[in-house]
Design a binder for this molecule. Sequence first.
Ligand code: XLS
Ligand code: NI
Ligand code: NI
Length: 438
Amino acid sequence: MKPFFPTVKAIQYEGPGSKNPLALKWYNAEETIAGKKMKDWLRFSVAYWHTFKGSGSDPFGAATLLRPWNTGKDAMAAARNTLMASFEFAQKLGVDYYCFHDRDIAPEGATLKESNRNVDEIARLALRLQKDTGVKLLWNTANLFSHPRYMHGAATNPDAHVFAFAGAQVKKMLEVGKLLGAENYVFWGGREGYDTLLNTDMKRELDHLAAFLQMAVDYAKKIGFKAQFLIEPKPKEPTKHQYDFDAATVIGFLGAHGLDKHFKLNIECNHATLATHTFEHDLTVASDCGMLGSVDANRGDLLLGWDTDQFPLDVYSATLAMRVIVKQGGLGSGGLNFDAKVRRGSIDVEDLFIAHLGAMDAFAKGLRVAAKMMKDGALEGFIEGRYESYDFGLGARIESGKATLAELEAYVHKHGEPKRFSGRQELLENVLNQYLFG
Ligand code: XLS
Ligand code: NI
Ligand code: NI
């Protein structure tokens, strides 16, 4: 078998002083940080759709990323080649996981039967390659948004026939996930949302979505597929309003429909920022509820209002994200999936490696800094001190639910005006910079 990346050898860790663009500077897989190997904290994953299927086309121009594995008229031959390229890539990069949609790995056929046959054939090859290489499936999912049948949504489509098609696709992907030992299964509500309320019964659509998710939970149980189910929030794009708006909205929805014990969240940076949150905000909301399951690690652009899915090379943001992840002790069965694409001008296959390496290094550096800050109590000490009035007396009574409004009133009569304390934001920002650059 001829390699697809003949110019790239297995990537090595060379440390921060290295000038080699195809080497790791901060990510040293086997090194232990805060009691765990870096590879076990970070659990990096390559996103099949961007890295192997991304064409670089945009609304103004045609494909620029012409890949050797994606050529030829025989769609199944291209699918097999793409799969083999993906395993060679992950192995050379030194990443243990990958993620895919059904329609990324195998072409859609004329009927559901034909599509399923295509998926099954490629899944069998994937199983063999997983065994040969040790690369594992972080999560799989169904593409319920690209085909025109899903133009009005999938589980929230006004037509039950389309709902059924979506269910059939998910059924097959749960079976494939079980076959390949997927550690998680993701639901991203691709077109679950609306463009105008003039034609939409929002309540009914949300009830349908809940029924759909329940069916998936039931089927996974029936076939013994034990993956962690994840919902990936996104506020807009492709619809004007996506139902899985942000972490808080999804957690509320799951609770209201009795689904919360079956799901966690897959938080994507660029989706959080589209919802006018920071990445670390949505991670914190999910983590505080015990529902942070996995991460789509990417980045948006401050000046662009859509999901640009850039590689997460911003160390500042990666550090704040790792702070949340380290605090909760890791991502469990989840990982950091690079749901990111090279820019359409970055046309060489080496660019794919360089982009991933940079992102791995950004999160590795983030992990190192976050773990060190945590160990020193650099921020945590300050935060704890800030709330210390709740550790005793009146504050402790408030936290335990024993205090009453009358008691609060009596307290103020006795103690008068509260003393004011500085929030010290600039000081803490300086501390963070010192850890990052010191
Ligand atoms: C799109 C989403 C998608 C999901 C998987 O914005 O990020 O790529 O991660 O369906
Ligand atoms: Ni994503
Ligand atoms: Ni996205």
